[in-house]
Design a protein around this ligand. Structure first.
Ligand SMILES: *Cc1c(COP(=O)(O)O)cnc(C)c1O
Length: 362
């Protein structure tokens, strides 16, 4: 063994050595339908105004770690109930890892649970923090299996349960009563995180119900709304619970440029909401077009993407790539044989996708 290999074996955790990094393919030159990004740029007038605000940013000082003005806008614009505060993260990804970090370590191996197939960062964050992850399969229609969830909760006593509402990569909007049954089953033994990353497209939210459930965290992000590049997520929960997570948060985790851009975006939230409305209409159109293709199944989606089952996912993805269209091949995930996940985009990009997919079916 070389020096560096010995050094790594002597210092780095075995799970990390065995792990493969989260890779993101280079999409330059492709129609990018693999990451649920909003295809619409900021309108020119707003761009000019934002440019001015960013030019005035105080870059030589650390951010003010209370982030009071940004949090105030989030509370006002995102329906956070009176008496509830938010914590900010460098994207939901950081909020997920802060919560996982707060429950893990110190000689404990807590259980973190989520339905599968689900968002990969739930299981990844658990592994990185030294927690155990238990995935509970969805049913064949990608709905929550309430009985299985309740059974696994009783068996494993999870400290944290993630419920993406709607779910990624399936697009499913779980039944509200099923979600409530899980939150209530956890009681004072476990925290339920309702991940509303796709909230802008689902038009329903657990935010207003925070006062009902002291063990619920509602987590949201501006990424899917059209600001994936600025990396900003937030979560709301009972103040005493949030206080604990606040101890884990790195004090300057949101940078001043993000803070300014997010405040600006929230002041013009109607622009983003209108884009979300357009994407919801486009989703319905694309779902209908796909369902009309022979051998193609489209799962119901409340998000800005569709889960689609085709006769041969690898062949379809190869054809799509040859036509410069990038989607996510999720066919290796549990229960998703021959499934691809495609982001809903502009009429032109959706048409290019449909055209290439059709060609792959012949
Ligand atoms: C995309 C996604 C996120 C990630 O959000 P960021 O704020 O961009 O880190 C969180 N949860 C789910 C379910 C997602 O699909």
């Amino acid at each position: 063994m070389s020096f560096i290999d010995k050094l790594i074996a002597n210092t780095i955790r075995p799970e990390i050595i065995a792990d493969t990094p989260y890779t993101v393919p280079d999409a330059s030159g492709f129609i990018k339908l693999d990451a649920m990004e909003n295809p619409y740029p900021l309108p020119p007038q707003l761009r000019a105004e934002l440019g001015q605000r960013l030019a005035d940013a105080v870059l030589n000082r650390y951010p003010v770690p209370s982030y009071a003005s940004l949090k105030e806008r989030i509370r006002a614009r995102m329906g956070v109930p009176d008496g509830y505060d938010v914590i900010l993260g460098n994207g939901s990804d950081e909020n997920i890892s802060m919560m996982v970090m707060a429950i893990s370590g110190g000689g404990r191996r807590p259980v973190i649970m989520a339905p599968t197939p689900g968002f990969v960062m739930f299981a990844r964050s658990a592994m990185l923090a030294g927690a155990d992850f238990v995935g509970v399969p969805l049913d064949a229609d990608m709905r929550l299996d309430r009985a299985a969830m309740l059974e696994k909760i009783a068996e494993h006593n999870p400290a944290l349960v993630f419920l993406a509402y709607p779910n990624n990569p399936t697009g499913t909007l779980y039944d509200q009563d099923d979600v409530v049954a899980i939150i209530e089953a956890l009681g004072e033994h476990g925290i339920a995180v309702v991940d509303e990353a796709y909230g802008p497209f689902a038009r329903t939210s657990f935010m207003a119900r925070l006062p009902e459930f002291e063990n619920m965290v509602v987590m949201r992000t501006v990424s899917k709304l059209g600001l994936a590049g600025i990396r900003l997520g937030y979560m709301a929960a009972a103040p005493k619970l949030l206080e604990q997570f606040e101890k884990v948060r790195p004090p300057y985790n949101v940078n001043v440029l993000t803070q300014i851009a997010a405040e600006f975006a929230l002041d013009h939230i109607e622009v983003f909401n209108a884009q979300a409305d357009q994407l919801v209409a486009a989703r319905e159109q694309l779902a209908a077009d796909l369902a009309a293709l022979p051998g193609v199944t489209v799962f119901p989606s409340a998000a800005n993407f569709l889960l689609v089952r085709v006769p041969d996912a690898d062949a379809s993805c190869a054809k799509l790539l040859a036509n410069k269209v990038m989607v996510k091949n999720v066919s290796k995930m549990h229960g998703l044989a021959n499934c691809i996940r495609v982001t809903v985009s502009t009429a032109e990009e959706n048409a290019a996708f449909l055209h290439a997919l059709k060609a792959s079916l012949n």
